[in-house]
Design a protein around this ligand. Structure first.
Ligand code: PLP
Length: 382
């Protein structure tokens, strides 16, 4: 209990308050109001407008990708990525069980089935070893060039690793495995804007990647998402499908496919542009907090999750790995009772009623982490 009281005191000192401390509050310290006013004055508040185009240019440049498609949120950016990856209702998509629900939900929107493989203990992201083992045991590459699940007979079309809490997964190894098996790689980089693997921004490794700008993410525009890619054909198709698949014409309303109303409104993009200008400063501020946590938790003997080797993390949500489930529950009770918000990591997708019959690989590390990991306050500090 002394460790827990010390933790509460340290967090209250660090955030300079004894009032309620949330897990992650947004920070609006730049041109948000200016750009919003400008957007309203222009009357272009919906999906046509200068800020949406500008946001797409900026997010592509920031992440080092060629094309970005602004979406209404990260979940439908994921849905769009899976659609243009040509995932079909009878297909399977390999992902991790230790993730936020949106990853598995987007796969289900297609009608495809998620297959869950384990994560690495240090990155908490999809384990390339687990992926390789799963494919070698359960998959076969057929003469058509595609990979099929030997047990279910279904095509394994895509793989969606997730960069948990902004810690990059071992993405270079995952790229190599997906190439070997001809599986489309979509990075769920919703949590990792501002995180780098071997000097390259996350999201630039896969065939496509998605980011989220929800209220609790590193930067936010209320609700928003982006799909990024270096592939021109995929980018064009995604842009077309997010805008109701309308054929370009000065006045005619004609559509050549079943499209979606997934394009980010200009109002949100105005805020997003202002937030992007502050992204580097916000990440530096969060990394400074993580450094303070690192020193403090080392001193009191708790295991604070740190960026894996060869990576630079945005420390979106800071995390502790506690001794066991009992200690975790005691910690959650103690801190939340004192107004310091903490939260356990997600229940594994494979334990939820809609996904419990999905194939998985035993999920050893995922089950271990599920019982022990908690998030602690991680907001920008002015
Ligand atoms: C936030 C998040 C998303 C997308 O969330 P939206 O709220 O739809 O923007 C997707 N995957 C993960 C892992 C996330 O954390």
């Amino acid at each position: 209990m002394e460790q827990f009281q010390d933790t509460v005191n340290f967090i209250q000192d660090t955030f300079k308050t004894e009032a309620f401390i949330p897990l992650h509050a947004p920070h609006f310290g730049g041109n948000e109001k200016k750009y919003l006013n400008d957007c309203i004055d222009s009357t272009f508040v919906s999906s046509v407008g200068e800020y949406v185009n500008l946001f797409e240019e900026k997010i592509a440049a920031y992440t080092g990708t060629k094309y970005a498609i602004a979406c209404v949120n990260g979940t439908n950016a994921l849905h769009m990525a899976l659609l243009v990856a040509n995932v079909k209702p009878e297909d399977e998509v390999v992902t991790q069980a230790l993730t936020f629900i949106a990853t598995a939900n987007a796969i289900s929107y297609i009608g495809a089935a998620p297959v869950f493989v384990d994560v690495d203990k240090d990155t908490m992201g999809l384990s390339p070893d687990a992926l390789k083992n799963f494919l070698e045991q359960h998959a076969v590459k057929k003469p058509d060039g595609f990979t099929y699940n030997k047990t279910t007979g279904k095509k394994i079309t895509a793989c969606v690793p997730m960069h948990t809490f902004g810690f990059p997964a071992r993405i270079d190894e995952i790229v190599a495995i997906c190439k070997t098996w001809n599986i489309v790689l979509i990075e769920d980089a919703a949590e990792s804007l501002g995180s780098y693997f071997k000097g390259k921004h996350t999201g630039g490794f896969g065939d496509m990647a998605v980011f989220s700008f929800n209220g609790n993410k590193t930067i936010t525009c209320g609700g928003g998402g982006a799909l990024v890619t270096n592939d021109e054909a995929l980018a064009k198709q995604a842009k077309h499908l997010t805008t109701q698949a309308k054929e370009p014409h000065r006045w005619k309303f004609r559509h050549d496919a079943i499209g979606y109303n997934y394009r980010m409104p200009n109002v949100n993009a105005a805020i997003a542009c202002a937030q992007l200008e502050q992204l580097d400063a916000i990440v530096e501020n969060k990394r400074d907090l993580a450094e303070k946590y690192t020193a403090f938790f080392k001193e009191i003997g708790l295991d604070f999750a740190q960026e894996p080797k060869d990576t630079k993390a945005n420390y979106w949500l800071n995390a502790l790995v506690l001794k066991d489930e009992k200690t975790r529950d005691a910690f959650l009770n103690f801190t939340n009772d004192q107004g310091v918000m903490t939260r356990p990591i997600w229940d594994l997708m494979s334990t939820l009623p809609m996904f419990e019959s999905c194939q998985h690989d035993g999920l050893k590390n995922s089950k271990w982490l599920e019982k022990r990991v908690v998030n602690i306050p991680s907001s920008y500090r002015p």
